[in-house]
Design a protein around this ligand. Structure first.
Ligand code: DAH
Length: 341
């Protein structure tokens, strides 16, 4: 039996093992059933009794270090394989030209598209585009638009309150006060943006949605100006001739208040299922700005007046693209976005 030099031999064989196959061979050669170390251990009985314990100990040490070395090498080779695979999988060749075709390109969210069209339509008619914050003070969201504490209108606009008493705005009307103070007493502005309400969600309600506020203040402003601007803007955004009509309504921040209907986009006013065969679709609230609201914005209501309106940008988007469930818009679904043309 030759155990001198065995340690060195094992060490160098392990060092030179590069593959799993090398290691399998190594194991069979030294540690397997008929491996050198196993065999030598079995033959210990043939050694002179006075050397047996010493040789046995040496063999033990050699077996231990061969086993440890073997497992360390198994791990080393396995780790290297995993690393190589990862590199292969994650390698992105940035020099490859982009795959062409419409599906491969990113696109704007439908609400962003309609928002931009609304902004274009109104800014072409001299309106400033304001981007109010999504967090409003209680004053801005309620008091400044004539909805004091305990006013019943607050019930319909339950919202998310912050610890400091601010709210996630329930309506873009929350930015009216700022516009009056900043641009009053003569200006035109729209405020498109995200709003929030504590809503039970269904196909037509979501807790997060978009509105667009509009205001025009000056010395000779009447509701007929509003009718003209709405008709022109809607015709431009929807790409077909749209008519509008007013019905009496109620809002705390306008006096008189109206509900504005638009001719049905789907049937052009003929009557269909969507407009419940009336030819009209309820579109937004509007009216002449309440004197108290003007006053709180620092505008003299005896000298100036103006109209205001607030419509659902989300609803307009749903109408334009015939989307039947509001929840799809916040779903983050790429398939949905791709399908909107
Ligand atoms: N803020 C109202 C709402 O969320 C919509 C609205 C109605 C806005 C009438 C107005 C308005 O500016 O005059 O229901």
């Amino acid at each position: 039996m030759q155990i001198q030099g065995l340690s060195g031999e094992i060490e160098s064989e392990l060092k030179n093992s590069r593959t799993e196959a090398d290691l399998t061979e190594f194991f069979a050669k030294y540690l397997g059933k008929s491996g050198v170390i196993t065999k030598a251990t079995a033959e210990l009985g043939q050694i002179e009794a006075n050397r047996r314990a010493e040789v046995g100990q040496i063999l033990n040490t050699v077996r231990q270090s061969a086993t440890q070395g073997y497992y360390a090498k198994v791990k080393e080779i396995h780790d290297a394989q995993v690393k190589e695979q990862l590199l292969k999988d994650e390698l992105v060749d940035i020099t490859i030209p982009a795959i062409s075709g419409e599906l491969m390109r990113g696109s704007l969210h439908p609400i962003t598209k309609v928002r931009r069209e609304v902004e274009d339509a109104f800014s072409n008619m001299g309106f400033i585009v304001e981007d109010g914050p999504e967090v409003a003070t209680e004053f801005e969201n309620f008091e400044a638009v004539n909805v004091p504490k305990n006013h019943p209108a607050r019930d319909m606009q339950d919202t998310f309150w912050l610890n400091n008493g601010d709210v996630l705005r329930t309506q873009t009307s929350a930015w009216q006060n700022h516009c009056l103070k900043t641009y009053g007493p003569e200006f035109r502005a729209i405020v498109p943006g995200r709003c929030f309400r504590n809503e039970a969600t269904d196909a037509s309600h979501d807790n997060t949605f978009f509105q667009c506020e509009g205001m025009m203040v000056g010395e000779d402003i009447s509701i007929s100006n509003l009718v003209y601007f709405m008709k022109t803007a809607l015709t431009s955004v929807l790409g077909k001739e749209i008519d509008v009509r007013l019905r009496p309504g109620y809002f705390p921040f306008t006096e008189p208040s109206f509900e504005l209907d638009m001719s049905c986009v789907f049937c052009g006013g003929e009557g269909c299922q969507t407009c419940k065969h009336s030819g009209w679709i309820e579109f937004c609230g509007c009216g002449m700005i309440h004197p108290k609201v003007l006053e709180m914005g620092g505008v003299d209501p005896t000298k100036y007046q103006g109209f205001a309106f607030g419509f659902g940008l989300t609803r307009l988007t749903m109408m334009k693209y015939d989307i039947s469930d509001i929840r799809l818009l916040n779903s983050g679904s790429i398939d949905f976005i791709k399908g909107v043309k």
